[in-house]
Design a protein around this ligand. Structure first.
Ligand SMILES: O=C(O)[C@H](O)[C@@H](O)[C@H](O)[C@H](O)COP(=O)(O)O
Length: 222
């Protein structure tokens, strides 16, 4: 794990977006297409704003989410809606979005459909993750129903997750996230920094972020 500290969140957003654009460009030199996987939540919006303007062959980029809340895109809880608003605009509007949410399906059927649909796009080329102060990443919440299956070495690409106090969710599995070719994590604030330090000595069952720490670059600002 590599730790990069920033004086402010704006500088961090510019730098992370440029790093991710560079990583995508490198993949596109040698591969026909690249797969970009990003989280929802509140942290990545400013990164999306910068990344969406990057000069890249966006029409050769497939984009999906690390996880999704099982709500339709009219909900302000929808990560897909966030992506459409903040990432899949400007130059990045030419990218192909593969949503995890499927209207009219329950989360189990949605996870099976996502597993089938995303398999040809693996491994993930460039991955951005977020993390909660409880050390969850994607929708891999400690104690969640579905966590054990999602941490298995032979886990499917996507699984349903039911965590206390959350709507049903779909998450990419730990093995899919961990095998990404270029891995980045963005966290803000002292509480998350301390949680990440603690996670390094815990099991993925206790601290799911621990399942993806190899070769991960962490970007942090207060
Ligand atoms: O849909 C989600 O909730 C996410 O993908 C989740 O894993 C998120 O990255 C963390 O909860 C951090 O969220 P914040 O950036 O809002 O703190």
């Amino acid at each position: 794990m590599k730790f990069e500290e920033y004086l402010d969140r704006d500088m961090l957003a510019i730098d992370v977006a440029n790093t991710m654009a560079g990583a995508l460009e490198n993949i596109l030199f040698t591969h026909e297409r690249a797969t970009l996987v990003v989280p929802g939540g509140t942290s990545p919006g400013p990164i999306f704003d910068v990344l969406s303007a990057a000069r890249l062959d966006w029409d050769r980029v497939d984009v999906t989410l690390t996880d999704e809340r099982w709500v339709d895109e009219t909900s302000d809880r929808s990560n897909g809606a966030l992506l459409r608003r903040r990432l899949l605009v400007n130059r990045a509007a030419a990218a192909t979005f593969k949503p995890l949410y499927r209207e009219g399906m329950d989360v189990d059927a949605g996870a099976a459909t996502a597993t089938e649909g995303l398999t040809p796009y693996l491994p993930v080329s460039v991955l951005l993750l977020g993390m909660g102060a409880d050390m969850h990443t994607a929708s891999l919440f400690p104690g969640a129903d579905g966590l054990e299956a999602a941490l298995a070495a032979d886990a499917p690409v996507a699984l349903p997750i039911h965590a206390e106090g959350q709507e049903p969710r779909i998450s990419l599995s730990a093995q899919v996230l961990d095998k990404a070719m270029s891995k980045h994590l963005v966290i803000f604030g002292a509480e998350k920094r301390a949680a990440l330090e603690r996670a390094a000595s815990l099991s993925p069952q206790e601290a799911p972020i621990a399942a993806v720490l190899d070769d991960l670059t962490v970007y942090w600002a207060e």
